[in-house]
Design a protein around this ligand. Structure first.
Ligand code: KG4
Ligand code: ZN
Length: 341
């Protein structure tokens, strides 16, 4: 019988320290430690993030191995996030991965974080039906740092056909939340309040950007002015209308994303549509995609909630696919804060 391949994935690109064990692409554990320390700062503080990774990395990896039920000696390779991300955060995860791979005398596999978000669609679950996107598919990758439409022809053959020219969609959610006085990261809170609001109560302008590119910085400015003007007229404006403000701005962001995704589908003739990245956890975006599946005859692929935001299972699945290609990495590769694929 063929030997099973066991991969330890390590993710530390931003403010989540995560480790995961995958055996033949099936997830046995996916342990994530968030960092609450950034909440009151309105964004991730890089220096604090690095320090928190340093504290979390050993317990997180130990827990991922322990809860998977495997022995450390069974690990065949270690996959880690090389970039993009915060350099200090990346250094913690990559240095740990290198040291551990050297200690265990096993191969090291570097992974592009954005690759991880996209290939998270191929993580297998032990139980239940595993439904994977068929190639080629379009992937709307929406996170705190990226907003891209990626044409995915194969696991390692991808092309960015549209992207933001300024802020990312996650950044837009977080900035809107900050204006409303919510702690960081505000995206999930906007999502939560939007559920009970009227999405058509307030209107915001859509940017006019050529091709398949996006822009969100203008929306942020118009939202800021909208809130300021309304607060001048009514100091309780946010408290009284929180739900509908969130629902309306969320709808605007989703409409902007969906508009370009539809355009990309029309231009490429591809109906296999996937979403990835932290913002794909947004319930409004998920239901808009499901709606589009019915109305536009799309095959829609939405990752399980826990594989949307940063996690190490998505790094481990890329590691597994690279392992099959014997695509190993040298110990002397340095982390990359900016890292295109
Ligand atoms: O992929 P991710 O975990 O980290 C990056 O690689 O950036 O994405 C984080 C982003 C944050 O901006 C966060 O506010 C946003 O994803 N996010 C959401 C939701 N959950 C996470 N935005 C809107 N609705 C959500 N439910
Ligand atoms: Zn991410």
């Amino acid at each position: 019988m063929k030997k099973a391949i066991t991969i330890l994935g390590i993710e530390s690109s931003c403010d989540e320290t995560s480790a995961s064990i995958l055996v033949d692409g099936i997830v046995l554990s996916n342990f994530i430690a968030g960092q609450q320390i950034h909440e009151s700062f309105g964004g991730v503080v890089p220096e604090l993030a690095s320090r928190a990774h340093q504290q979390n990395i050993l317990p997180v990896i130990s827990e991922a191995i322990k809860s998977s039920g495997i022995e450390m000696s069974q690990i065949d390779a270690i996959a880690y996030t090389r970039g993009p991300g915060l350099l200090g955060s990346l250094i913690v995860g990559s240095s740990f991965a290198k040291g551990m791979a050297m200690g265990l005398n096993i191969p090291l596999i570097e992974v592009n974080h954005m690759h991880g978000h996209i290939l998270a669609h191929f993580i297998k679950e032990k139980e239940g039906i595993n439904k994977f996107p068929e190639f080629p598919f379009l992937c709307l990758t929406v996170s705190g740092g990226h907003t891209q439409i990626v044409l995915v022809k194969d696991y390692f053959d991808m092309q960015i056909i549209g992207q933001t020219i300024d802020d990312a969609a996650g950044e837009a959610f977080d900035k809107v939340a900050k204006i409303l006085g919510f702690p960081y990261p505000g995206g999930p809170l906007v999502d939560k309040f939007a559920k009970n609001g009227d999405a058509n109560k307030y209107k915001f302008p859509h940017p006019k950007v050529p091709g398949l590119d996006f822009s969100f910085s203008g929306l942020k400015t118009s939202f800021l002015n909208f809130v300021k003007n309304n607060l001048t007229a009514n100091p309780n404006f946010i408290i009284e209308n929180k739900e509908s403000i969130c629902a309306s701005i969320q709808k605007t962001i989703i409409d902007i994303l969906l508009h370009k995704l539809k355009q990309a589908s029309q231009e490429t003739g591809i109906n296999n549509i996937a979403i990835a990245g932290g913002v794909s956890a947004n319930s409004g975006l998920r239901s808009a995609l499901k709606q589009a599946e019915e109305n536009l005859n799309w095959n829609v692929f939405i990752p399980k909630f826990e594989y949307c935001t940063d996690n190490a299972a998505m790094i481990a699945i890329v590691g597994y696919l690279k392992y099959l290609n014997k695509d190993f990495s040298h110990q002397n590769l340095e982390p990359q804060a900016r890292y295109n694929f």
